[in-house]
Every structure is written in C-alpha cells, then in structure tokens.
Design a protein around this ligand. Structure first.
Ligand SMILES: [Zn+2]
Length: 174
C-alpha cells in the first residue's frame, strides 16, 4: 500500500520507483497536489485501487484548478478515478483505520495501524503537534491517538508525517 503519491513535478523520478513497486492500493491523505499529483499516473499504469475521503471523490475525477505558481512549482493534478475509504483498509500484513481529521483540508484522513502504532498524518502535522492543533491543522482526536501511542511506549519513530520532522521530535518528544 502506498500512502500519497507525491507531486507531478517529480514524475521522472517517481515513475521509476512506482514502476518497480507492487502497488495494489493507494491511500490518499488529502487532495493537495503535492500528495496526489502522481495519482493519475498510477491509475493509468498500475492496477491499484485508489482511496480518498468521500468528499474528494468527485473532485478527484477532474483536473484540479490550481494557482499558476502551485502548478509551476508542484505540478498539475490531473483527474483520476478514486473511491471513498472503507472502514478498514486491509493489506496482506496490516490493517489501517482511516480517521477523518479535518483542519489542514476538509477532506483530510490520517491512517492508523493499531497493531504497530503507526500513524500516517499526511499534511496534518507539519512541524509541531501543539502548533498544528493551534492552527487547526488537526483536531484533538489525533492528539489523543498520539498520546496513547506514547503511553504504550512507542516512540515518535512510529509517526509518519509529510516532512522530515526533527523539529517535531524536539518539540513534542516529552
Ligand atoms: Zn496539504
């Protein structure tokens, strides 16, 4: 399972990676083009189911209207066929719970793997958890999950965010 596809601007590099991978499912965290730009390529070249928030399904089928500077620096987001998340996303080894986490966008989903304690936060947590909550990028339910992850002794290594979050680890590792 692939979580988010990366931007179209990196098509040349990403298509080599995706061609080599056995991608059967794509889990999109939200509609932004840096997370979905290669979804149309995957829809065309891989036999994979693409999942997204139900609010995003209709818009995903059309090319996104982006400000010119975003299309220039991140690349376009062409239309692709996607389906709404089921209650549980099952792979051969894991199950992932899609959790609705509006804030960063209204169509945002985080993916939680309860057995491993993995949390894929998409665009919700970009630097510090407390700052992200303050800016309403994430809602408090995500904070609860993260607290529980820490309580059962798992580290922030189990947190998969959209960036290399050393700052996150410094600020919120306590
Ligand atoms: Zn985003």
């Amino acid at each position: 399972m692939l979580v988010d596809t990366g931007p179209r601007i990196q098509k040349q590099q990403l298509k080599k990676v995706f061609s080599a991978w056995n991608v059967q499912q794509v889990a999109l965290t939200h509609s932004h083009e840096d997370h979905t730009g290669m979804a149309s390529w995957i829809a065309k070249h891989k036999n994979a189911d693409i999942f997204c928030h139900e609010r995003m399904v209709k818009a995903a089928a059309r090319k996104a209207h982006l400000p010119w500077y975003r299309e220039l620096f991140i690349g376009p987001r062409f239309g692709f066929s996607a389906q709404a998340y089921p209650n549980v996303l099952q792979t051969s080894k894991h199950q992932f719970l899609p959790i609705e986490t509006p804030g960063h966008t209204t169509d945002h989903i985080c993916l939680f793997e309860p057995d491993k304690g993995w949390l894929f936060t998409g665009g919700s947590v970009c630097y510090s958890l407390s700052q992200s909550i303050y800016e309403r990028r994430i809602d408090i339910r995500l904070y609860s999950i993260h607290t529980e992850i820490k309580q059962i002794g798992l580290s922030n290594d189990f947190l998969w965010t959209c960036r290399n979050d050393n700052e996150w680890k410094r600020n919120d590792a306590s």
